[in-house]
Write a protein of this length. Structure first.
Length: 170
């Protein structure tokens, strides 16, 4: 089951954008992020997205990722800009977190999104606006751990039965 309710290409040129309506598939905190592929040099990318993490000096390449957002449900704003949100994840893609909200399963949402500074130099990295459940430190991960535990017990029981049957020919 795909639990990602929104993943869409976006342009980061200055302006106002609105996502299509999407539904949360689970009641859980969700993260709003912009995901980039690794086609730009890592040092340049860190500067552009405002994540000067290493000894890298970004004085000649300041952050160009400057956005504001608000989440709308039933014509009401239910969450808004988290300008203090500073985080990123690095794997085969670079994911820059811009906010979080508590989602309710089956609820319709729309994300209004303002790009405040021209970020079109990030276009070669194919930016995607993504909203997905935050599975780190949540009940979902605990449920998954519990399921894995019980699945392991079942497999161990089957193994014991098979060993017993082969040893005693029953």
């Amino acid at each position: 089951m795909n639990t990602v309710p929104l993943s869409m290409p976006i342009t980061l040129s200055r302006g106002h954008f609105q996502s299509p309506v999407f539904k949360a598939r689970v009641t859980l905190q969700h993260e709003i992020s912009i995901t980039f592929n690794r086609s730009l040099p890592p040092d340049q990318m860190e500067c552009f997205i405002g994540m000067n993490l290493g000894s890298n000096n970004c004085t000649d390449q300041p952050s160009i990722l400057n956005v504001r957002w608000k989440l709308i449900s039933e014509q009401r704003t239910i969450a808004g800009d988290s300008s203090s949100e500073r985080g990123a994840a690095y794997s085969d893609v670079i994911e820059r977190f811009i906010g979080r909200f508590e989602a309710k399963r089956g609820t319709n949402y729309t994300l209004a999104f303002d790009v405040l500074e021209d970020g079109s130099r990030l276009a070669p990295a194919h930016p995607l606006l993504e909203i997905k459940p935050n599975l780190n430190g949540s009940e979902a991960s605990l449920m998954l751990a519990g399921f894995a535990f019980y699945a392991g017990l079942v497999c161990a029981a089957v193994g014991v039965i098979l060993v017993y049957r082969s040893a005693f020919g029953a």
